[in-house]
Design a protein around this ligand. Structure first.
Ligand code: DSN
Length: 429
């Protein structure tokens, strides 16, 4: 009997092709990446590293892992690339373990300024096992390097994270380097969101300025879920043990057997990222985001748009996410810098162009999409989050139910569907 799961996969395929996937950390992988992920490589245990495995039978797995690592080294121009981290957060934990002792000071961009949980956020390992100090963005929503420098001089961090997760601007890695050198810190660049833009040649690489780089493989890089940790020449020069420390942090520090099907799929996506077509893709992602941002009254220098909804009312992130979902447009609610309401009921949405661009959409399509977004957002006016905190959860539930029946949103959904179906999704007929 065919599993219920396959029926659900068909349901999800329909959602993915009929709607507009605009979560900036998502993408559509190629059919070859899907094939490797669904392959028999998932059957094998391979604790250790190529040539140094605990179990037998790893001759082929060694070749696959070495191939993936060599491709990463070539693509990012680094001497060391470890491809086993299960995903971005474990990769960041491993990098922190390799660079710091428990209790050391680490610094990262605050969550509400667009930083990541693993860069020192409350309740993350990064603030439980390490002393986390957060820097933030200024009134222009850009990283406040004066504040970062003052905090670094005061707290003397061992590690400074240079990386973001909801930040629409380019990063100046030299500024991080200069500050780190004043206090003897190691800089780890977390390029998860923008690794595809870097290898595609549209964003500067952090390689000359940082010791370690972490990235997920499934965002703009357009690979399977997974992650990599790389060491630069600068990193190896400063600490020749860095590679060994990172390996030990991955296993036995944090993980067991690597996911070999995932490693193989990473290798395929890295082959794809080496092609001229990928450069064109990366450049189009950024062009599309710039147009989308402009149409929505803001700016983007990368693949994402962070939109404040304060003009629509108070704490409108949930309402906007639901309204857009009803209209067939998937985005995520997000805090905005200096969040006026709460991280639980944030005042913005975050959206991006990587997946839309994979489907072949261009600038003119972004203008159309921005107009649907603006129409959908009109429907949340008046749905401000209640002042009384205890009323908020029920209010949001009720709002979701009423938005799901909203005729204007359902009309947009039809228009979105007719439009989206003209653009193919790899692996979905
Ligand atoms: N969840 C990822 C994102 O959406 O940016 C980060 O871990």
């Amino acid at each position: 009997m065919s599993s219920k799961v396959f029926k659900l996969i068909e349901e999800e395929k329909k959602r993915q092709i009929e709607g507009l996937e605009m979560i900036p950390s998502e993408n559509y992988v190629s059919v070859d990446v899907l094939k490797a992920l669904g392959s028999i490589l998932t059957n094998k245990y391979s604790e250790g590293f190529p040539g140094r495995r605990y179990y037998g039978g790893n001759e082929v797995i060694d070749k696959i892992e070495n191939y993936a690592s060599d491709l990463a080294k070539k693509l990012f121009k680094v001497p060391v690339a470890l491809v086993q981290p299960y995903s971005g957060s474990p990769a960041n934990f491993a990098a922190t373990m390799a660079v710091c002792e428990p209790g050391d000071v680490i610094m990262g961009l605050s969550l509400s300024s667009g930083g990541h949980l693993t860069h020192g956020a409350h309740l993350s390992f990064s603030s439980i096992f390490y002393k986390a100090v957060n820097y933030s963005v200024g009134a222009d929503w850009k990283i406040d390097f004066d504040e970062l420098e003052k905090l670094a001089i005061k707290h003397k961090p061992k590690l400074i994270w240079a990386g973001t997760t909801a930040y629409p601007f380019k990063l100046d890695y030299k500024k991080f380097r200069d500050i780190a050198d004043k206090v003897g810190a190691t800089v780890v660049a977390d390029i998860a969101h923008i690794s595809g833009l870097i290898v595609g040649g549209v964003h500067d690489s952090p390689v000359p300025y940082v010791e370690v780089i972490t990235t997920t493989t499934h965002k703009t890089l357009r690979g399977p879920r997974g992650a990599m940790i790389m060491v630069t020449d600068l990193g190896m020069k400063k600490d020749p043990e860095l590679k060994a420390k990172l390996e030990r942090a991955i296993i036995p520090g944090l993980q067991g057997g690597p996911h070999n099907h995932q490693t193989a799929a990473i290798a395929i996506s890295l082959e794809e990222a080496l092609t001229p077509a990928f450069k064109k893709y990366a450049s189009q992602v950024v062009k599309n985001a710039a147009v989308l941002a402009k149409e929505l009254g803001t700016v983007s220098e990368n693949h994402l748009v962070l939109l404040s909804l304060t003009d629509y009312g108070k704490g409108m992130g949930y309402q906007a996410q639901y309204a857009l979902e009803t209209a067939g447009i998937t985005v995520n609610k997000n805090t905005i810098p200096n969040e006026p309401i709460s991280p639980f009921y944030p005042s913005g949405i975050r959206m991006g162009t990587p997946a839309l661009t994979t489907r072949g959409m261009k600038e003119k399509d972004m203008i159309k999409i921005a107009s649907w977004i603006k129409r959908a957002l009109e429907e949340i006016k008046g749905l401000d989050i209640p002042e009384q905190k205890e009323e908020r959860a029920q209010y949001i539930k009720d709002t979701k139910v009423s938005l799901a029946k909203n005729k204007n949103l359902l009309k947009i959904k039809e228009e979105v569907k007719n439009f989206a179906l003209k653009f193919p999704v790899p692996g979905i007929d």
